[in-house]
Design a protein around this ligand. Structure first.
Ligand code: SAM
Length: 276
């Protein structure tokens, strides 16, 4: 079967560095855990039979859940077709701003919510996901006159992969998501990036600051003590080098492609850290 690919554009998505990441994957493992799954580039590339996937972004994980169910998946595609037909700047803001009215928003069924998430991702500026302090999606219109919300063949591959394998879908904090990982399992952490300067890392209302990076390093260490195989990617920063100095640190070149300031796009150094 043809491998599925991410169905959303996601900040920090790993499609460009997949070949580099794959070199560091353990040869054998039992259950695959991806607690910051985002668009799921590595998940789909590896397509493991047993996996636990998680992201604190509930909108995104709702899409994964909908894709796991035949009827819901079909219903979501119908909404997407309708959204494509109705697409315009005015329509974009109408769909985007549904979350300004919590009662109206909560009344949406999960398939329509999932279609809204995909549509906004494709129609917004640069595929960003950003919410304000009230949790309202606030990315402006992407100025596309036509929008393709999905590739039918790929979405079917995603649906088949998720339904024909043993995939647990969670939307909790990363620490809770890996609580049951055991010896021989493989955890891949791809957290929001650390930075030595002040760049984009506000994926959620709360963001992911240096204390969160420190908390993650403790979880890494704990899993290491349980003989879980752990891999982590991040920017090559002072803090990351300090936190993981007891493990293998490999430097790779990556292209930064989500930055509102076009001039700042370019190559950045990333690290891959493993405990094996
Ligand atoms: C760098 S992105 C992951 C990109 C992903 N590997 C891909 O290929 O698309 C980091 C993800 O972490 C999620 N996140 C942020 N804080 C989190 C937390 N405390 N627990 C779980 N997920 C979190 C964000 O919603 C975001 O999707």
């Amino acid at each position: 079967m043809i491998k599925a690919k991410p169905f959303v554009k996601w900040a920090g998505g790993k499609r460009q560095v997949l070949d580099k990441l794959k070199k560091y994957i353990p040869e054998e493992f039992n259950t695959y855990y991806e607690p910051f799954v985002g668009g799921g580039a590595l998940l789909f590339e590896l397509s493991p039979n047993n996996a636990v996937i998680n992201d604190s972004n509930q909108e995104l994980m709702n899409v994964f859940n909908v894709l796991c169910n035949d009827k819901k998946y079909t219903k979501m595609c119908k909404y997407l077709n309708k959204f494509e037909r109705e697409h315009s700047e005015e329509f974009y803001y109408k769909v985007r701003d549904i979350d300004r009215n919590k009662r109206k928003y909560n009344r949406l069924n999960e398939c329509k919510k999932a279609a809204r998430t995909i549509y906004l991702n494709k129609a917004c500026f640069n595929g960003l996901y950003r919410v304000n302090s009230k949790g309202e999606f606030n990315v402006p219109f992407g100025k596309k006159s036509k929008v393709n919300t999905y590739d039918g063949e790929n979405l079917l591959n995603v649906h088949s992969y998720l339904t024909n394998n043993n995939i647990t879908i969670l939307s909790v904090d990363f620490e809770e998501a890996v609580m049951n990982a055991k010896e021989g399992d493989f955890v891949y952490f791809d957290p929001p990036y650390d930075s030595d300067t002040n760049t984009f890392n506000s994926y959620t209302e709360t963001g992911f600051n240096k204390d969160e990076q420190r908390r993650l390093a403790k979880v890494f260490k704990y899993l290491d003590s349980k003989k879980v195989k752990v891999m982590l990617s991040n920017h090559n920063t002072i803090l990351i080098n300090e936190l993981y100095k007891d493990y293998n640190i490999y430097i790779i070149e990556a292209k930064r492609n989500i930055n509102s300031n076009g001039k700042k796009r370019g190559n950045v150094e990333e690290v891959i850290i493993t405990n094996y």
